[in-house]
Design a binder for this molecule. Structure first.
Ligand SMILES: [Zn+2]
Length: 454
């Protein structure tokens, strides 16, 4: 039994059902799970570890619902800097074909560390190509030293150029190989228990890279094993055109007809959806990973986040892959969500209310937890895991915001998390990771990136 007491926070943001924000607040946790949250004077006075959070904002750990860690090796690649999605992919596929177990491992460590430094305590990664013998196992190995919760995917691509898909033959796999390895990975790694550090989702890449048969069989396998389903959907106008021409269906109808609507499904992006598609998703409980930076970076479009939330579609936040962001900063992504949520209602673009800072924070925390199907994270309240991060309000970036530091966390310049705890265990303390040598990691990662680009 180990106990943790956090006390005297300038403000502790709970994100509980009442959205309580507690001045002078704190929490008491035992064996990684929160037992009490409240004013510091109401909490036990002793614990194995005591954290004095005076002058700090304490927030629930952020939850990332969409990423491609391997793309940290191909950020800002010249030929892909200004291209829309399909051309961007055509430029990058041949580079990604050179990935191997070592580069997948180092990219996973780097991306998760970068996320952790921004306050992220749970991250999903959508890896859908496995060249040169790379496997989910390499990602599991790469994730372990970072210490945040990892939702990996056994992603896939099976529809190459010769069959009318977008990717070259070198990065797709056969249907049976994919299904067999997906089953192996779920059996080897998926842990559904409360407080789980590692889960697996079944994640074919997108309508233009995967056969209908693989979409169908992936859904059957996921439901047989009780894991979640994820794919890219309705990201761009080009994709909408592709599904209309090839399948004579809109993207959500295409997904629904293959068994891809349900409370165990979430889509990345979901930008180009009609109102009736939003209703279908809401009725099914299908969630969305909103990726505002990527949608702007690739000039894709603006996802109808306000309409999703009004219809009670679960919405989480994703930084998306680092070749279309090109950062893994989830707090910065919350800021982007807020800003894009305002541009979305500007004259000539749309109508409605501008997104408040607290809504962006909610999407980044409890929204993401809901999208990943986790009731044990996403808020600081009794019964959930002690996953949280702190921001230092004495920094120049926050000066002048003492009247509302919670809004300032999103509205002001994005600053790194000062401390990060996962399950009551320290991951980052005073800006330093507990065990990773950041300089050596960056050196290894740069070496892998150079080898990849040739
Ligand atoms: Zn993506």
């Amino acid at each position: 039994m180990t106990t943790l007491l956090v006390k005297n926070a300038h403000v502790l943001v709970t994100m509980d059902d009442g959205r309580r924000e507690i001045p002078g607040g704190g929490l008491f946790a035992r064996d990684g799970a929160i037992e009490q949250v409240g004013p510091s004077e109401d909490l036990p006075s002793q614990a194995d570890r005591v954290v004095d959070a005076s002058g700090l904002l304490v927030l629930p750990g952020l939850v990332n619902t969409h990423h491609h860690f391997y793309q940290t090796l191909t950020r800002a690649v010249p030929g892909a800097q200004d291209a829309p999605l399909f051309d961007w992919l055509r430029c990058l596929y041949p580079i990604w074909a050179n990935l191997d177990p070592d580069s997948v491992r180092v990219a996973t460590t780097l991306a998760l560390l970068e996320l952790a430094k921004s306050g992220c305590t749970t991250a999903f990664d959508h890896q859908y190509l496995w060249p040169n013998g790379s496997r989910v196992d390499d990602q599991v190995e790469g994730a372990a030293p970072v210490g945040i919760r990892f939702h990996a995917s056994r992603g896939s691509m099976s529809l190459s150029e010769k069959d009318g898909g977008l990717p070259p033959d070198s990065v797709v796999q056969g249907h049976d190989t994919i299904i067999e390895d997906t089953a192996r990975v779920i059996d080897a790694f998926h842990d559904p228990s409360p407080g789980s550090m590692l889960q697996i989702a079944v994640s074919p890449c997108s309508p233009f890279t995967v056969t209908e048969e693989l979409m169908r069989d992936s859904a059957s396998l996921a439901r047989e094993r009780g894991v979640r389903l994820h794919t890219h959907l309705a990201e761009t106008k080009d994709e909408e055109r592709f599904t209309l021409e090839r399948f004579e269906k809109r993207p959500v109808d295409y997904a629904a007809d293959l068994g891809w609507l349900g409370a165990d499904v979430w889509f990345a992006h979901a930008v180009f959806v009609a109102n009736d598609e939003i209703s279908r998703m809401a009725d099914a409980g299908t969630g969305v990973a909103h990726c505002p930076t990527s949608n702007m970076r690739l000039a894709s479009g603006i996802a109808p986040v306000a309409a999703y939330r009004a219809a009670r579609v679960p919405v989480g936040l994703g930084v998306d892959g680092s070749a279309s962001n090109d950062s893994s900063n989830l707090l910065a992504e919350a800021r982007q969500a807020m800003l894009l949520g305002r541009l979305a209602v500007a004259p000539g673009i749309g109508e409605g209310e501008p997104m408040p800072a607290r809504t962006a924070l909610e999407i980044a925390t409890r929204g993401g937890a809901e999208v990943l199907g986790r009731s044990d994270i996403g808020a600081l309240e009794s019964g959930r895991m002690a996953d949280f991060f702190t921001l230092d309000l004495a920094r120049v970036e926050f000066s002048g915001t003492i009247h509302d530091p919670v809004a300032a966390a999103v509205m002001c310049s994005t600053v790194p998390a000062r401390d990060v705890f996962v399950g009551g265990e320290v991951v980052i303390e005073e800006y330093h990771h507990r065990s990773i040598d950041e300089g050596a990691l960056v050196e290894n990662h740069n070496r892998a990136a150079s080898a990849l680009l040739g």
